[in-house]
Design a protein around this ligand. Structure first.
Ligand code: HEC
Ligand code: HEC
Length: 205
């Protein structure tokens, strides 16, 4: 129910305002869990990999709901390209996306650090210029900036290389990725992958 439709009932409106103030998220988590069924085969399995090229399917458990909706729309409109994700997003309605996003956003990380190949210490220094949007440790506060903490190193590397090459289009990230060498990318990815209280496999605590 929208606040507008009840503002003539002051008591209810006040209650709703408090409710809305506390939980800004839209969507229905229970519905989201049901609708997530088709996604579980990839996003609810720890360590699951995309085959060609080989990299881990991104963790979306604990990701900001707003970013999840934005990502699904980007696949739906083919602004972001990935054959199976485009196929999975194509039939989703706005409600479906919001329900699924709310459901997946509620998972938390159990603090187990992911294995990495890059230099975490160097990555921490190099990630300094990313903190303004993604948060000091990759746990961004702003829901338009994806959380990176606890994300798989291989996926972060792939994403940064795609921004750099322009195959994944985003004006802001193209600028930031342009100045990074392959070594920078691996170190930064290692740093975020090692951070705690971040992302997780959907369904895991
Ligand atoms: C066949 C495996 C597979 C299935 C099924 C699948 N995904 Fe994905 N998903 C992936 C892969 C691989 C990526 C990374 C693609 C890329 O690099 O853009 C991804 C990316 C995403 C992203 C973007 C993550 C980010 O950090 O930007 C979201 C959100 C997402 N999937 C949600 C879903 C939802 C919701 C469903 C079900 C409707 C689903 N996926 C079904 C494999 C899958
Ligand atoms: C001004 C804000 C801003 C800064 C600074 C910034 N980013 Fe981003 N970043 C974004 C936005 C917005 C997105 C989502 C873009 C999209 O939809 O593809 C993003 C996406 C990403 C992603 C993809 C995440 C995913 O789940 O697919 C990675 C990885 C990333 N940024 C890493 C970095 C790194 C590393 C730096 C520093 C070198 C950095 N960002 C600096 C705003 C920023």
């Amino acid at each position: 129910m929208k606040y507008d439709s009840v503002k003539f009932l002051p008591g209810v409106a006040v209650l709703l305002m408090f409710g809305i103030g506390q939980a800004q998220a839209v969507g229905d988590s229970e519905q989201g869990q049901k609708k997530f069924y088709t996604c579980a085969g990839c996003h609810a399995i720890t360590g699951y990999s995309n085959s060609y090229p080989s990299y881990h399917v991104p963790r979306i458990g604990g990701q900001h709901a707003d970013y999840v909706v934005a990502a699904l729309k980007a696949y739906q409109t083919a602004q972001r390209k990935h054959t199976s994700m485009q196929a999975n997003a194509t039939t989703l309605s706005q409600d479906d996306m919001e329900d699924i996003a709310l459901y997946v956003s509620r998972f938390r990380n159990n603090n187990a650090a992911l294995p990495v190949t890059g230099d975490v210490g160097k990555g921490a220094e190099k990630a300094g210029l990313c903190a303004g949007c993604h948060g000091e440790d990759g746990n961004s506060e702003d829901s338009t900036y994806p959380k990176l903490a606890g994300q798989y190193e291989s996926y972060l590397i792939k994403a940064l290389k795609e921004y750099k090459s322009g195959s994944r289009k985003n004006a802001i990230m193209a600028g930031f990725a342009a100045g990074l060498s392959d070594e920078d990318i691996t170190d930064i990815a290692a740093y975020y992958a090692s951070q705690k209280h971040g992302l997780n496999t959907v369904g895991k605590e």
